[in-house]
Write a protein that binds this ligand. Structure first.
Ligand code: GLA
Length: 659
């Protein structure tokens, strides 16, 4: 089946917003299942994910199959109008698999085994693991492919493991041979002449195992690429099985939010539905911004509507202190996901566990049961999503601005032995995305080699390593009349983490008007630098620039009078991390010059505005009521009432306005 004919999220939503969550009924007696469906109906749940961790129940001993309980549940869901996203159970193998086949267990960088007793104790490279995973997947697909409750496949769960063991070493060599062809080419790419690391045989090439001192960075980089690719192979093997049985049904696997270990641009190409799990800390003042970033990234990967596979109705249990969601926050953050393109709002998990590692993690039905606040809020949300679903589902978001992000650049830039360990790529990305959000500017994300046509402004918070193709792409964007703004530590290295001559790619230096990059001056935590008009943190640079390109200079300190911000025509270079307000003002100015407009002008700072299709979402992240001026009359889909010239939003209030 060609990509054009693959099914999509729309095949599962059918004009609605999916609402529900992970359902792990194995934990409960059958009478609870009947109470579950009663409450699901009550809450407007129309989708559950079954079977994520069911392997030991489905295959209690090697080769055995116990499907009866799942048959009952599939039928029960169907009888109650709840669609099933059926998971392959392969992220938590039964204990017998590790006991009988120790080769299926992964090893960490020290060579220690990761045992059963938790979850995700599988080696991506293990042929035995893959054989058992394929067999249970095949049988699940054969048995339930024709079941009327089935709406979508969910492969594995949060792929995230690495393996440094011997079978992984063999697979790594195979992967490297495919990438480099010859050992000479590998030695060249890895720069093995430094520290006597030249390999004379493929047998001496190892996973990134523990070493005495700093590891070879190119080896570590390739090991990260390999790990992401091996996990992807596991996903593809299962995806191909289910797709063969049900070519009409979409397939997904759930990403973790901005997860370091997986090149999710590459993965998203292989999914019919892009889904993500999202758990901002309710106490984090930047929690909603973190959510917005992940939502924008996921929407961009999906190239349209996406699925919020998991969130928490209340507290999680894996932080040091696990805060509940205050009244209204679950609704606000759920509707924020819808505003930013989600057509599915789901949770981990339906009913809070009483046993096991996650018994203090909230559920849609908490320990307090149906009278508990968590369930009451879930129920209200279910009704609202049902009401707005037909007008929202399938609609798109248009952005004039695009932020570039690349996992390979992140991996390469996060190695040991770099100028400053305080430069956290994810934090830099968040800072730039936050600045755009606070300026009410909507942005997509893209991979640096993606087609950038159609965007007025390309924003590069940081791309430490770039391929030639990515650099050409940026140059073509600017040559074609687009604007570009770039943060520090960009274009430094090539795809092998080899520093480009001059410390930054010559074409980029020319683009920004940089003549010589003398030194980087990373800053200590808490230290700042003063420039014309703002303070910078984290980083500064000793640059020599074309005089006409200097937009702002450093004031005081060792860099006094040297350029801090450069601008040559439509290309900007920012050599420090401006403080939040300054970055917001700078990006707002550059966006305005580029012709990218905010969603609304003059909004209170705690109100987020997003346009999705014809609808305007207003999301109030504060606790005190605010009034937003909105000339004209609009219809609020949530209240069913018109509003004229202004709207008042209460604590965590939301409006979904139709013109
Ligand atoms: C992840 C997993 C779930 C659960 C939640 C808890 O998202 O996929 O199984 O462990 O975290 O927050």
């Amino acid at each position: 089946m060609t990509a054009a004919h693959r099914p999509s999220l729309a095949d599962a939503t059918r004009g609605r917003i999916l609402f529900g969550g992970d359902y792990n009924p194995e934990q409960w007696p059958e009478e609870t299942w009947h109470e579950d469906v009663r409450l699901m109906r009550d809450a407007g749940v129309n989708s559950v994910t079954l079977g994520v961790f069911s392997w030991s129940r489905l295959e209690p001993e090697p080769g055995a199959r116990e499907f009866g309980w799942l048959d009952t549940l599939m039928d029960l869901m169907h009888a109650n109008g709840v669609g099933v996203v059926l998971a392959t159970p392969t992220s938590a193998p039964p204990p017998w698999l590790g006991r009988l086949h120790p080769d299926t267990l992964p090893r960490d960088e020290n060579g220690d085994v990761e045992w059963w007793g938790g979850r995700q104790h599988f080696s991506h490279s293990s042929a035995t693991y893959r054989r058992y995973a394929a067999a249970i997947t095949e049988d699940l697909a054969a048995r339930y492919g024709g079941h009327p409750a089935l709406t979508m496949w969910h492969i594995n769960n949060e792929y995230c493991t690495a393996d440094h063991g011997d079978e992984a070493a063999v697979a790594f060599r195979r992967w490297l041979r495919a990438r480099y062809g010859t050992l000479d080419a590998l030695n060249t790419a890895w720069g093995t002449d430094f520290w006597s690391q030249r390999h004379d045989s493929w047998e001496s090439v190892l996973p990134a195992r523990r070493t005495h001192y700093l590891k070879n960075p190119a080896q570590v980089l390739d090991f990260r690429r390999f790990t992401s690719d091996m996990l992807l192979e596991c996903y593809l093997a299962e995806r191909d099985i289910v797709a063969r049985h049900t070519p009409h049904l979409p397939v997904t696997t759930n990403f973790m939010p901005l997860f370091f270990g997986q090149d999710t641009w590459r993965w998203a190409e292989e999914e019919d539905v892009v889904s993500v799990d999202l758990y901002p800390d309710p106490r984090d003042p930047q929690g909603a911004r973190h959510g917005a970033l992940v939502q924008d990234l996921t929407r961009s990967q999906a190239r349209g509507p996406w699925m919020l596979m998991e969130q928490a109705a209340g507290p999680v249990n894996w932080r040091g202190v696990n805060h509940p969601k205050p009244p209204g926050l679950n609704r606000l953050w759920s509707l924020q996901a819808v505003a930013r393109g989600a057509d599915a709002v789901c949770y981990f998990q339906w009913r809070q566990s009483r046993q096991g590692a996650e018994k203090f993690h909230s559920g849609m039905v908490g320990h307090a049961g149906e009278r508990g606040r968590a369930f009451q809020e879930v129920k209200r949300l279910g009704a609202e999503l049902a009401a707005i679903g037909p007008e929202v589902s399938g609609s798109r978001i248009r952005a004039d601005i695009v932020i570039l992000h690349d996992w390979h650049a992140w991996w390469a830039g996060s190695q040991d032995g770099r100028p400053s360990t305080h430069v956290d790529h994810a934090a830099v990305l968040h800072a730039w995305h936050r600045a755009l959000c606070e300026a009410h500017l909507t942005a997509d994300f893209a991979h640096p080699e993606h087609d950038l046509g159609g965007y007025r402004l390309v924003v590069v918070p940081q791309l430490y390593a770039m391929t030639d193709a990515a650099i050409d792409n940026l140059l073509a964007h600017v040559r074609g009349g687009g604007a570009l703004v770039t943060g520090f530590l960009t274009g430094v290295a090539d795809q092998d983490d080899r520093v480009r001559p001059g410390g930054m790619d010559a074409r980029l230096r020319e683009l920004f008007g940089i003549r010589t990059l003398h030194e980087w001056w990373p800053l200590e935590p808490g230290e700042d630098v003063v420039t014309d008009g703002f303070r910078g943190t984290l980083w500064s640079e000793e640059l020599e620039a074309e005089p006409d390109a200097v937009e702002a200079v450093y004031r005081g300190g060792e860099l006094d009078g040297l350029p801090a911000v450069l601008r040559k025509d439509r290309a900007w270079y920012v050599s420090t991390l401006p403080e939040p307000e300054a970055l917001r003002a700078l990006l707002a100015r550059i966006a305005a010059d580029a012709g990218a407009r905010p969603v609304l002008e003059g909004l209170p700072p705690e109100v987020e505005a997003v346009r999705r299709g014809e609808l305007l979402f207003l999301l109030h992240h504060g606790r005190e009521p605010v009034t937003v001026a909105l000339p004209g009359t609009r219809h609020d889909l949530l209240t069913g009432k018109p509003c004229t010239d202004e709207i008042t939003l209460g604590r965590y209030g939301v409006a979904v306005l139709r013109p």
